[in-house]
Design a protein around this ligand. Structure first.
Ligand code: HGY
Ligand code: MN
Ligand code: MN
Length: 445
């Protein structure tokens, strides 16, 4: 019989409230981009806890972090739990960080109640999950799972035109300098010997891919970010499928001209063209029979962006998501065809680039069934459900048993400052993660 352990709810909430302060937009939600100053502050806070708990700390070239429980035994497979700490711009205080704090609370509770288990336990913090910096979601975990390789370090660029490699290079260190000095350190396994070179310029991703034979289970605790649990008055969501997504970037080149002197009949307005394309995409997806496909243009830039100049160029993103890959591709093909037709008719030139994609993924049936049985046994109102949001769990699920636990988002809001979850639900979700980790840790016999 697995011993039960109670998490320390106040400690969990205190960590969440403390980490919420690490934002570039105080008062307007949480903005904490990977590799930025607030990311450094959040990492320092978390690594201080890890050091206090006697965890092993391993940080890879992408700055994904793995924290090992002090009771771990070398060579045993690991039960991993975690999420991400980066956010969208003016995002919420819980997306990602809640799963990291939940996994950390499990770590602290295990450390306070030392016992022997069949498996090891690790907290994982995935880097650049939101893609706010480089436009591609789940970047850190795509390198961990081998979907991204060396060439992507030079392909992925931020808004300043800097490549991922250029941003990462100064963060590479091989010295075991104190975590307070440099939270972006790479702590080499002791046996590897440690050079004292700080701030090396080469980004060596050879050790980023996980050896998935050493990982038994991956668990991610996360807010739902949609309305389902809140509307149904449920406490726990058990995820069975994570949506896939495809992201394209569209560039329209029209003819800039004077806003007053140019007759409407002589215009090739890139912004009006973009507007028609975006509304056409919405019309195509709204016509979808099962109403699960979603399409979003979240980012758009018009140039020269002056009120009295007809826009010459417009660049916008467009993403389509669904739980069925064929439907994603069907919608995206129809949308890109329409974009080309609209641009042709308006005599605006158009280029469309595939930006990033991830396939829909079923999560592990054994974990879904065992978590559903646990919720039943605890009398928790729950639902097995899909996730319209993508998560690092997608990248890991292709390799090891992976499960996701949701808690309700008030009014289904997320990726906005209004993102919130009732404290009782935050605590229920973290305790459910604790119970699930304990069950996995003792599942070897
Ligand atoms: O976009 C997403 O679904 C996730 O929040 N990165
Ligand atoms: Mn997230
Ligand atoms: Mn998110």
């Amino acid at each position: 019989m697995v011993r039960q352990m109670k998490i320390n709810g106040k400690r969990l909430l205190d960590n969440l409230y403390a980490l919420r302060e690490f934002t570039d937009t105080p008062g307007k939600g949480v903005t904490r981009f990977s590799y930025g100053e607030q990311d450094v502050n959040a990492r320092r806070y978390i690594l201080d806890i890890a050091e206090r708990l006697g965890c092993s700390i391993s940080i890879d070239a992408l700055q994904n972090i793995r924290l090992g429980f002090k009771g771990n035994v070398p060579g045993r497979k690991t039960i991993a739990a975690g999420s991400h700490i980066d956010t969208v711009r003016n995002g919420g205080w819980l997306d990602g960080i809640y799963g990291v704090c939940g996994a950390l609370e499990v770590m602290e509770t295990l450390t306070e109640n030392l016992a022997d288990y069949d498996y090891n336990y690790e907290v994982v913090i995935f880097a650049e999950e939101e893609g706010s910096g480089f436009g591609s979601t789940m970047t850190g975990s795509k390198f961990i799972s081998g979907i991204y390789d060396e060439s992507d370090l030079d392909k992925l660029k931020n808004d300043e035109g800097k490549t991922l490699r250029e941003v990462l290079a100064p963060l590479q260190t091989r010295c075991c300098c104190d975590v307070r000095e440099n939270p972006y350190r790479q702590v080499q396994p002791k046996e590897a010997g440690v050079s004292t070179q700080c701030g090396e310029s080469s980004v060596d991703i050879s050790r980023v891919m996980w050896d998935f034979d050493t990982v038994k289970t991956m668990l991610e605790l996360h807010i739902e970010q949609g309305p389902v649990l809140d509307e149904a008055g449920l406490s726990i969501g058990i995820v069975d499928n994570i949506f896939g997504m495809r992201v394209i970037e569209v560039k329209l080149d029209g003819v800039g001209n004077h806003a007053g002197a140019t007759p409407m009949s002589q215009r090739h307005d890139a912004l009006c063209t973009a507007a028609e394309c975006i509304l056409k995409a919405e019309e195509i997806v709204r016509a979808d029979e099962d109403k699960r496909t979603v399409v979003t243009t979240g980012k758009i830039e018009a140039a020269p962006n002056c009120s009295n100049v007809i826009p010459e160029t417009v660049t916008f993103t467009l993403e389509v998501r669904d739980r069925d890959e064929a439907k994603i591709n069907k919608a995206m093909d129809e949308i890109t065809g329409s974009i080309r037709d609209i641009a042709d008719r308006r005599r605006v030139s158009c280029t469309i680039e595939e930006h990033s994609k991830s396939s829909p993924l079923p999560l592990n049936r054994r974990l879904i069934d065992s978590m559903a049985a646990r919720a039943e046994g605890q009398g928790l109102p729950y639902k097995v459900m899909d996730s319209g949001a993508v998560h690092d769990a997608c990248m890991i699920a292709a390799h090891v048993d992976t499960g996701m636990i949701f808690v309700p988002s008030i009014e289904g809001r997320s990726h906005v400052p209004q993102e919130n979850t009732a404290e009782e639900h935050l605590l229920t979700g973290a305790q459910f993660l604790m119970d699930t980790v304990l069950s996995e840790l003792a599942s070897g016999k």
